[in-house]
Design a protein around this ligand. Structure first.
Ligand SMILES: Cc1ncc(COP(=O)(O)O)c(C=O)c1O
Length: 389
């Protein structure tokens, strides 16, 4: 009886996709091909297609194949940063005169790219609350809108958008749905399976997982779009170098186990914060009272490692809590094994001040790491105890 091949599980693909032992030496870890160019066997006689490392490099290929597999796509592309990936994508699928719908809550640097770089280039944008499907539909300019761009969960307010519904809205208008999946990681959410056309990552975050590399990625399913991105990745050249690609790939191998612990710890931290009088509101999609809880439950495996909260004592209290933490390190970024705390209004989201994306000044954002949960809770307790002193 013929057996249907079973697709290996997520953890197996994280460790093996794109990472077969090196055919020459048997090295079980993909080598770092620190080379800019490749010898040709006669003019145009390329070995396995490798010519010059901007176009392709075997270490980067290993990462790109692994990312494509984890996101359920067919083609992956690794870049020097998340923003480099975003810029390459947008200049591939949009032209001057086009329009994009962007979230009213998003990473400040992504908004800065839309507002300060691509708008002067001729790409118009409308920011809208993408958890409100009627508002998303109304923001579309028929014929001109080429992309609906969404983050879910959002940075920093942890809003949730319904990806299946947004894919239908985008496709009805002939636009692509692009999902920045940085906060969820491919372990918790796979947007392509929900109808998205492109997944974007800042691999700097959970994919890399150890706060030691800056990187970005795109994953698609459509071959024609894949070919356009291959052209643009090489033409623009904002690629991941082999050392950086290797670090991200090493991170991916443990993504599943790290994410489980991030989620466990974030749930404990969020529950603790809800018990504190100093905290006016806890923003975490795992809480039943979160407005996006039911959608998150449907489209995510778990609720992630990011928790934000607002202080009853306003900005001064928020700054005091951020500065009083000891285990949580006061720093930008997220998704590493160590816990980080920040004040988005003064740190990661300064670039949206005065725009529709401005964040509340009483907001603190936590990237909950994989340390002992009791130590994280105790650290927040002492920081809150002193915040109004
Ligand atoms: C959700 C999200 N998208 C994109 C980026 C940009 O990525 P990078 O800093 O790797 O350029 C970030 C960075 O913080 C982010 O949080």
């Amino acid at each position: 009886m013929a057996t249907t091949p079973v697709r290996p599980g997520f953890e197996t693909r994280a460790i093996h996709a794109g990472q077969a032992p090196d055919p020459r030496t048997g090295a079980v870890v993909p080598p770092i091909y620190a080379t800019s160019t490749f010898a040709q066997d006669g003019v145009g006689g390329l070995r396995e297609g490798y010519e010059y490392s901007r176009s392709a490099n075997p270490t980067r290929t290993a990462l790109e194949e692994c990312l494509a597999s984890l996101e359920g796509g067919t083609r992956g592309f690794a870049f020097a940063s998340g923003l480099a990936a975003e810029d390459t994508l947008l200049r591939t699928v949009c032209a001057p005169g086009d329009h994009v719908v962007v979230p009213d809550d998003a990473y400040g640097g992504s908004f800065r790219l839309f507002d300060k770089v691509l708008q002067p280039w001729g790409l118009q944008h409308t920011s809208v609350a993408l958890s409100d499907l009627d508002a998303a539909r109304a923001a579309i300019r028929p014929g001109a809108t080429k992309v609906v761009w969404v983050e879910t969960p959002t940075n920093p307010l942890l809003g949730i958008a319904d990806l299946e519904a947004l894919a239908a809205i985008a496709h009805e208008a002939g636009a692509l749905l692009v999902v920045d999946n940085t906060f969820a990681s491919p372990y918790l959410q796979q947007p392509l399976a929900l109808g998205a056309d492109v997944v974007v990552h800042s691999t700097t975050k959970y994919c890399g997982g150890h706060s030691d590399v800056i990187g970005g990625a795109l994953v698609v399913r459509d071959d024609e779009l894949g070919d356009q991105l291959t052209f643009m990745q090489n033409a623009v050249g904002a690629v991941a170098g082999p050392f950086d690609a290797w670090l991200v790939l090493r991170g991916l191998r443990t993504l599943a186990v790290r994410m489980e612990r991030h989620c466990d710890n974030a749930e404990q931290v969020a529950d603790f914060l809800t018990t504190r009088a100093e905290v006016a509101e806890v923003l975490f999609p795992g809480l039943p009272e979160h407005s996006g809880h039911a959608i998150a439950q449907r489209q995510m495996r778990r609720f992630g490692g990011m928790v934000s909260f607002r202080l009853a004592g306003g900005e001064e209290a928020a700054l005091a809590v951020a500065e009083r933490c000891r285990v949580f390190i006061l720093a930008e970024s997220l998704g590493g094994v160590e816990s980080l705390v920040e004040h988005p209004g003064r740190m990661t989201h300064v670039s949206v001040a005065g725009s529709a994306l401005e964040v509340p000044d009483d907001l603190v954002r936590l990237s909950v790491g994989i340390e002992t949960a009791a130590d994280l809770v105790a650290d927040l307790a002492q920081a809150l105890d002193g915040s109004s002193a």
